[in-house]
Design a protein around this ligand. Structure first.
Ligand SMILES: [Cu+2]
Length: 342
């Protein structure tokens, strides 16, 4: 997919974005100063071993909630119009220039507006000074959360998050209701499995096209699909792991791709499945509710619609959380602007 083409419509005025972001960020997304969040027990700089059995660093917190963690800080830079640039600074205050490869890349940049629309997952290029640059994935006005998912050489796997504001008239959208099927670009993706908070939840996503199961998915980022899950309310970024590796002799190239996801709490989440077919990466999106059994709970008939006129905030709220339904429902066009990949 041609990113430059997709970006051309909104590549104006982004030079002012970061200047504005800092002011708005104080209002919309206050971030805990790094000094208030200590991780001495598993700080690699101290040479100690993390005793927690789980492999996720900072396992006590979901990813993406902190702009600075264990000495590493995500620092957006003023960038030319249409470009998104940032650095990661390390415990010594200097830009980090050496990274481990994870899921085929040294840096994964994920963005979503705070209303959970407009998801994009891109891979910036690093300069020798440690500055990462990419054609801006911020598709239109609003407050965006940008997540940098990376592992510094010799350091912990981290997902840092920062708010960035794109000025302009806001077109906030309510979170679509839970669904077990969605369509994208003529593909239908169904979701099976329950999201259960507090433990690994197995989720299986199945891809078909024109009613025919797709059995020739192409590897993308070391798997037949890449799943990102964000929690409504704070955009906590979940750890999700695919089951199986392409070419291991046991993992079919579709139509089903299975993941293990850790939902840290009850609540609503937006799932974004990147899958590659016909040399194009597409994203299928779902809303899931963790902690409410299918067919139960209030609000099943009062689900938010996409026709409501947005008002004043960048974050849609659905306090009467709709219950998951057992009937597949279509959810095709949420986040249509800027929806896609490079
Ligand atoms: Cu990536």
């Amino acid at each position: 997919m041609n990113t430059a083409t997709k970006l051309s419509g909104f590549a104006l005025g982004l030079a002012a974005v970061f200047g504005a972001a800092y002011g708005v960020g104080q209002v919309v997304g206050p971030v805990t100063p790094a000094a208030d969040v200590r991780h001495d027990a598993d700080d690699p700089a101290h040479g100690t071993t993390h005793a927690d059995a789980r492999d996720a660093p900072a396992a006590h917190l979901p990813g993406g909630l902190l702009v600075s963690d264990r000495g590493y800080t995500l620092a957006p830079l003023a960038a030319p119009a249409g470009e998104f640039a940032f650095r990661i600074t390390g415990p010594d205050g200097q830009p980090v220039t050496r990274y481990e490869v994870a899921h085929d890349k040294r840096m994964h940049l994920i963005v979503a507006r705070r209303d959970l629309s407009g998801f994009r997952h891109v891979h910036p290029e690093a300069g020798p000074d440690g500055t990462w640059r990419v054609a801006s994935p911020l598709a239109g006005p609003g407050v965006w959360r940008a997540f940098a998912d990376f592992t510094p050489a010799g350091g912990p796997a981290l997902t840092l998050g920062v708010d960035v504001t794109v000025p302009g008239a806001l077109d906030a959208r309510p979170l679509p209701p839970p669904a077990t099927a969605t369509t994208v670009d003529g593909y239908t993706v169904t979701l099976a499995g329950a999201a259960q908070p507090g433990r690994a939840s197995r989720l299986t996503l199945t891809v078909s096209r024109d009613g025919t199961p797709v059995t020739d998915l192409q590897p993308y980022l070391g798997a037949y699909g890449h799943l990102v899950a964000l929690r409504q309310g704070d955009l906590a970024y979940l750890h999700v792991h695919p089951e199986g590796v392409p070419g291991d002799g046991a993992t079919p190239a579709g139509p089903a791709v299975t993941f293990s996801a850790e939902f840290p709490s009850a609540g609503s989440y937006r799932l974004y499945l990147d899958f590659r077919h016909g040399d194009t990466v597409r994203t299928a999106e779902f809303t899931v509710v963790a902690g409410i059994p299918a067919g139960a709970g209030p609000g099943a008939s009062g689900a938010p619609t996409k026709t409501g006129t947005p008002t004043t905030t960048g974050t849609a709220t659905t306090t009467g959380t709709p219950a998951a339904t057992s009937t597949p429902t279509a959810d095709a066009d949420h986040g249509a602007p800027g929806h896609g990949h490079d």
